[in-house]
Design a protein. Structure first.
Length: 194
């Protein structure tokens, strides 16, 4: 089975009229591997609900740099899907101090927060796991953060019968939630828990 893909921002938030840059990685537990042959379909869901396909950006040492120029403030959901059934999602805030509810975009497998905000140490996040828009009951969710350097995911927890789960952030940093189901893999990254 292939490793996960995930995305991380170059900044904690972006502004209209400026290029937003997101890094697309492949690897395990937020530890990147070389990207020489990764092909990914990229979609950008804008705050007004419209969808735009993006072109993979330039290859750097161990990531693709994806660029887009936001036109309005709000949450932009960026998704990537590779040819191996790996899926990644990140919600990119454009503007200051944004918070609010978000919904799944209907991918084959996805992890979605109920609410996007600036998270701090010991805050709780509520997430849902879905497959083709339907709740994925009892899904195993693995979590790690980008400062962790162990050999296995430091946290594993489970969704309930309605595909919902909650997690309290025990460390600062970018956090990745990963789910595997029927050969597909999905990740969601929370940026910069403070």
């Amino acid at each position: 089975m292939s490793s996960h893909i995930w995305m991380e921002p170059t900044h904690m938030h972006f502004h209209t009229g400026h290029v937003a840059q997101i890094k697309l990685y492949r690897g395990e537990m937020m530890q990147p591997q070389p990207l020489a042959d990764v092909e990914a379909e990229l979609k950008l869901y804008k705050p007004d609900g419209t969808e735009e396909r993006l072109i993979s950006g330039e290859i750097k040492d161990d990531y693709y740099l994806i660029n887009f120029e936001p036109e309005t403030e709000g949450f932009y959901t960026l998704t990537a899907r590779d040819v191996n059934g790996c899926y990644a999602k990140i919600i990119v805030p454009v503007g200051h101090h944004l918070q609010g509810p978000v919904n799944p975009v209907g991918e084959d497998l996805e992890v979605t927060p109920d609410f996007v905000q600036e998270y701090h140490l010991k805050d709780m996040i509520k997430i849902s796991v879905s497959a083709a828009g339907n709740p994925l009951a009892d899904a195993s969710i693995k979590a790690t953060y980008h400062f962790y350097d162990g050999n296995d995911y430091p946290y594993t927890f489970f969704a309930d019968a309605s595909g919902r789960a909650q997690f309290i952030f025990p460390e600062k940093g970018h956090w990745m939630f990963a789910v595997t189901s029927e050969g597909r893999r999905a990740t969601y990254v929370v940026m910069g828990v403070r």
